[in-house]
Design a binder for this molecule. Structure first.
Ligand SMILES: C[S@@+](CC[C@H](N)C(=O)[O-])C[C@H]1O[C@@H](n2cnc3c(N)ncnc32)[C@H](O)[C@@H]1O
Length: 207
């Protein structure tokens, strides 16, 4: 997965510069997330990719930094968004101390984590959030594994990349088990020719 994102990093970053793929209702969920934050609004963009959402969160008065497992993605984030701190790290093993953040933002970055890793990922999210902090997770809905290599092969990249789809109830239950209380959820159907699955955004508060 990491080497696949290293390979596609430049295409990804060139193709999607900002929030072009997001619907207004999804942007409203991001705004809602930001509005629920208190304190300094320190936010970790966990799985920030090439960093396109760092300025979006900053415009909502978040003090945001990013981590991503792919060095290629982080290199592009540092080139395209040099005013933000970004580094290579895994959401399974974050380098930050306990309670470092008021918000944890995961925009389609848990979709490559297998089911048996999810409880650990959200446990790590809970660890770096202070009590009362807010988690946002965006993901494709449904069941099972999808081969998503084709989308990148059409841009000339010979990679293998799989994604794990989940129902919102299943994801919410893992999040609850990690010490969060659900605040809000959005579910929508697949849209346009490029989306095969529905999408969801879940917001929960660290209890
Ligand atoms: C679909 S991309 C989304 C990137 C970014 N959030 C965006 O919306 O543009 C998924 C990202 O999650 C990152 N990722 C996947 N597993 C990760 C992990 N265990 N730790 C950190 N990043 C991870 C990938 O490297 C990739 O950049």
């Amino acid at each position: 997965m990491q080497s696949a994102y290293d390979e596609v990093a430049d295409s990804y970053a060139d193709l999607v510069r900002s929030t072009e793929p997001e619907q207004r209702i999804e942007l409203a969920m991001i705004e809602h997330f930001a509005s629920l934050l208190s304190g300094d609004k320190r936010v970790l963009d966990a799985g920030c990719g090439a960093g396109r959402l760092l300025p979006v969160l900053a415009a909502m008065e978040c003090l945001v930094e990013g981590v991503d497992l792919s060095g290629g993605m982080v290199r592009r984030a540092q080139r395209d968004h040099p005013t933000f701190a970004t580094s290579i790290a895994s959401i399974t093993d974050l380098p930050h101390p306990d309670e470092s953040f008021d918000g944890y933002f995961s925009w389609y970055s848990t979709i490559h984590s297998p089911d048996d890793q999810l409880a650990h990922v959200f446990g790590e999210a809970r660890r770096v959030l202070r009590t009362g902090g807010v988690l946002l997770v965006a993901f494709q809905t449904g069941h099972g594994v999808r081969d998503v290599s084709g989308a990148y092969r059409s841009h000339g990249h010979d990679i293998t990349l799989e994604r794990y789809n989940r129902t919102t109830d299943d994801l919410s239950s893992v999040v609850a088990g990690a010490g969060f209380e659900e605040v809000a959820r959005l579910e929508r159907q697949a849209a346009g020719v490029h989306e095969r699955d529905g999408q969801a955004v879940l917001i929960a508060r660290a209890s």
